[in-house]
Ligand binder design. Structure first.
Ligand SMILES: C[S@@+](CC[C@H](N)C(=O)[O-])C[C@H]1O[C@@H](n2cnc3c(N)ncnc32)[C@H](O)[C@@H]1O
Length: 253
């Protein structure tokens, strides 16, 4: 597990800024892709239809990282479980949950950094969240089922995404929703090519990840549609990763 990039302090700092940083803290320029800010908030707010959720709704945030979407889900759901494989990410999420804030460093240039604080978002309820360190490819058997499962930018970071996808029908209640977002950045260092869900040729035919997802989910889920979800990760003051995830939305039959 210690080989994982997500156990690195630099990445923990990067994700705290990505999830909790204010617009000025992340992108202090008058130009730049502002619409790509607040990804972890928009993943929830733009994908959820509150009218479809009962008062006692349960939600699962798979690959929750440092927890922003899990906290956002408490605006709509009575109980939220956030799961991530990274011990350091889960520790940071739990510190925020317990203390209401966490101190971290933003990299500006070389070894120059700015100390910052991430705060629990106003209006969210930390008591409704349980954070769990676990492998999305071998989830505990006793998680129960959920009205909502969010998998944000996880699928192309798994060694065996199919194992995770096969577990999903058992996790989403009939009528419940599944939201999968990903930029589909398939890399052999995370996922052996034979396990890629898409982004490759099969018997000479180009297979996109959307097509691959449909091949495994259709039958158990109805496909509601897809949309583009840009996001921006700041590496340092003058270098950013701008990506466009695709969100696919599914309803459990
Ligand atoms: C690209 S990040 C996305 C995090 C977050 N959902 C977001 O959108 O900001 C991928 C996340 O998946 C987690 N992860 C990687 N492999 C995992 C596994 N086998 N089980 C659970 N989480 C995993 C990483 O620790 C990391 O938090």
């Amino acid at each position: 597990m210690s080989d994982s990039p997500y156990e690195n302090d630099r990445i923990v700092n990067e994700y705290l800024l990505f999830h909790y940083g204010s617009h000025d803290e992340v992108l202090p320029y008058s130009h730049g892709p502002c619409e790509a800010l607040d990804f972890a908030v928009r993943c929830v707010s733009e994908s959820i239809d509150p009218s479809t959720l009962p008062r006692n709704a349960r939600a699962l945030d798979l690959g929750c990282a440092v927890g922003r979407s899990s906290f956002e889900l408490t605006r709509y759901c009575k109980e939220v479980i956030g799961i991530d494989y990274s011990r350091k990410f889960i520790d940071a999420a739990r510190t925020l949950q317990r203390e209401g804030l966490i101190h971290y460093e933003r990299i500006d240039e070389g070894e120059l950094t700015t100390p910052l604080r991430a705060y629990l978002p106003d209006g969210t309820d930390p008591d409704r969240v349980s954070f769990l360190q676990a492998d999305a490819q071998a989830l505990p058997a006793d998680l129960g089922d959920f009205e909502l499962v969010l998998m944000a930018n996880l699928i192309d970071r798994l060694a065996d995404p199919w194992r995770c996808l096969e577990r999903l029908p058992g996790l989403v209640r009939s009528g419940g929703r599944l939201i999968i977002t990903s930029p589909y950045t398939w890399l052999p260092e995370f996922t052996p090519i034979e396990k890629w869900v898409g982004g490759k040729r099969v018997n000479g035919e180009a297979v996109t990840t959307e097509v691959g997802l449909k091949s495994v989910l259709e039958g158990r889920f109805d496909f509601l549609g897809s949309r583009d979800v840009p996001f921006l990760i700041r590496e340092h003051a003058r270098k950013f990763q701008w990506s466009v995830a695709q969100a696919t939305i599914w309803v459990r039959r």
